[in-house]
Design a protein. Sequence first.
Length: 334
Amino acid sequence: MNLSTRVTCLLALCGAFATAQEAAADPLVQARERLRKSLTTTAELSSCAFEAAWGPAAKAKADDDEDDAEGALAVRALGFVGMGNGEGKAAGAWTRDLLHCKSDDQELIAANRRTIARSGTDGWILRKNRWADGATVAFLPDPQLLLDLLQQSDLAVTHREVATLNDRPVEILGVTLNQDQVANLMWGGQIPEINSFGGAAVFIAAGGAGRAAQPKPDATVDVAFALDPASGQIHQITVRSYTKSEMAVGGRVFRIRAGGGGVVVGGPGGDDEDEKDDKDQQGAAAPPLVYKNGLPERSRKKMQVHDYVLTLRDHGQAKAPELDAAAKALLRAR
């Protein structure tokens, strides 16, 4: 190896070392590693209790317009109403063997590929994708599985801040998911279904029947993780999604947004003033993002915005309901 080659190799090694040092000193790179470890640490807990709530973001609710009956009838005829999960809440816990989830007076326990349900104090009965009263389980939180899926994703931290949660100091780390990560979480059943006009288009193309592959969700999804700095355990995950709220039907534009029971259609959507504002903003530099509680404050214009908030507690200390012999037999549990 001649002198020139040696010098070139030495310079390359020095450059690589300097780049590695710079990356190691970057607080967001360091936060990325902390987040990965926190996801692993929390997912491996033997038990943990949780509370979950999902639905339209509070500010988005306040900005909704009155429903338009004509627009609603037009879109119902095409089969759009009923997509999505509206609002919901649940609480429960996971242990080594069971997932327990309760919503109002309805209760589910899943184990050994089986699910049992009950209403109030009634006896347990076998169910699949339904509560004891027959209502469809539109979304069932499974925090441990959510943590596993997030752990498998290559999450890039874009924001960090220090805050408090229930009078507890926490570090909040913010992440924006890419399209593959959004699809993985949604199709894995670990975030509420995101209403997508792409999915609706497939519904029409398939004639409303038969199996059709779904396009990946067209959404911007931000996630904020609240970590305990001492234990590294995650105490809260907030997922916020933004999807387009307008679509064209019969030459007219209608606005779709989430309602209490699913999708509600209002309309007409865009108007001349909206188009004028859009043209005025074309080419303008995007303002820097402002973060609040770990989430960027994005424009909500012509967007439907949903939140999914998952709060974890009793890390390693949660207890599942005591099961009688009949319930254990239904679950084939020992």
